[in-house]
Design a protein around this ligand. Structure first.
Ligand SMILES: Cc1cc2nc3c(=O)[nH]c(=O)nc-3n(C[C@H](O)[C@H](O)[C@H](O)COP(=O)(O)O)c2cc1C
Length: 376
């Protein structure tokens, strides 16, 4: 809770599912910040499709497997994780709680899951690295390559374990909620990795507007050749985030990336793009085991994680629910959301007859079209 707020502190123990955290956090977050967090682009068709597709998917449980114990441990990219989940990069986390990214990094470290630091973090990566967890650093492609190289060297020196390149931002999607409200960042929340010069330009532009970062700093001409350049300039494994097309997945594999993230940016970029789970099976089929397939956009429960893995993903990224936890109680709130997700996944695995994440990938799934009476 924000200090000085009239809203009473939340009793985290009364929140018994990840999904419930959304309603509780909504009442504790200023309306403009809430809209920035939960909103999508355009008519929010893709935002809605992420949930519709997950809800419509069924997983067929196995029985009599003889298992009495489970482990959720797995490998994500090049490291160990205590469950097949990483915290997605989310910009400006001090918007949701004064401790911002530090609270999230600490909770992720305790939960044993990687935390993807956004390029637009409001806390420097070095401070987050001091929390001791597994950090991946996310980049958008910048016009200024020397600044990008500086950031890559900083990420390497800070001990980040992977570089996540988000490739779905040639321009920012039109977020109508933010446009209607004229949403701008408060003066005390800024993208610290951009340095003082950018920050003062933002303030001069009248409140550090998010679209101004995108337009001024991001390079829309980013191409596969640039990705090859990046691969040659870092020793860190690359993760390409924001893939939906099968041919793009193949190109990324060809470029030697360690993993891709099938993602529509949580419905915030092309409105009308497919849900991530709808394209996931074809992407998984197109790749061999040398590339891990992660997925995000709409994951809200342990059973959603089970569904994603049953479709062939190796892990998921969790976006907005982490910020619900942050808004509810800083580090404890995020820890609570991650622990609920762990317990939900553990329970779903028990009920589906799975002893570990790799066995989830053997489960059968049913989509609406494949059900009796469904469309073909
Ligand atoms: C408020 C907000 C800020 C985000 N900032 C970034 C970012 O800085 N970099 C990035 O690659 N993705 C960013 N994303 C996208 C997330 O990493 C992720 O793809 C998306 O939130 C997943 O969907 P979910 O929120 O439904 O779980 C952002 C998403 C939200 C909601």
């Amino acid at each position: 809770m924000h200090p000085g707020s009239a809203v009473p502190p939340v009793d985290l123990s009364s929140i018994v599912s990840v999904a419930q955290a959304e309603g509780e956090a909504a009442g504790r977050t200023p309306a403009d910040v809430w809209d920035y967090l939960v909103g999508g682009s355009g008519q929010e068709v893709t935002l809605g499709a992420n949930r519709t597709a997950l809800d419509a998917l069924a997983v067929v449980p196995r029985v009599l497997t003889g298992l009495s114990e489970r482990s959720l441990h797995c490998r994500l990219v090049d490291g160990e994780a205590r469950m097949p989940v990483a915290v997605a990069p989310i910009a400006y986390q001090k918007l949701f709680h004064p401790h911002g990214e530090l609270a999230v990094a600490r909770a992720a470290a305790v939960a044993g899951v990687p935390y993807v630091v956004s390029l637009l973090s409001s806390t420097p990566m070095e401070e987050l690295a001091a929390c001791g967890g597994s950090l991946w650093f996310q980049l958008y492609w910048l016009k200024d390559r020397s600044r990008m190289l500086d950031l890559i060297r900083r990420a390497e020196a800070a001990g980040c374990e992977a570089l996540v390149v988000s490739v779905d931002m040639p321009a920012m999607g039109r977020r109508l909620r933010d446009l209607r409200r004229g949403f701008t960042l408060p003066a005390d929340v800024r993208a610290v990795h951009f340095g003082e010069q950018q920050a003062s330009r933002d303030i001069a532009a009248g409140g550090s507007s998010i679209a101004s970062h995108t337009a001024m700093a991001f390079d829309p001409s980013f191409s596969w050749a640039d990705l090859a350049w990046l691969a040659a300039h870092t020793r860190l494994p690359l993760v390409v985030k924001g893939i939906l097309d099968v041919d793009d997945a193949r190109q990324a594999a060809h470029a030697g990336v360690a993993a891709i993230v099938v993602s529509n940016h949580g419905g915030r970029q092309l409105d009308g793009a497919p849900s991530s789970v709808d394209v996931l099976p074809a992407v998984v089929d197109a790749l061999d085991d040398s590339v891990q397939v992660l997925i995000d956009s709409g994951i809200r429960s342990g059973s959603d994680v089970l569904k994603a893995l049953a479709l062939g993903a190796h892990g998921v990224l969790l976006g907005r629910p982490v910020c619900w936890g942050l808004a509810l109680g800083g580090e404890s709130g995020v820890a609570h959301v991650l622990s609920l997700l762990h317990d939900e996944l553990d329970n779903a695995m028990a009920l589906a007859g799975c002893g570990d994440p790799s066995s989830i990938r053997q489960l059968r799934t049913l989509t609406p079209a494949a059900r009796p009476g469904g469309r073909r």
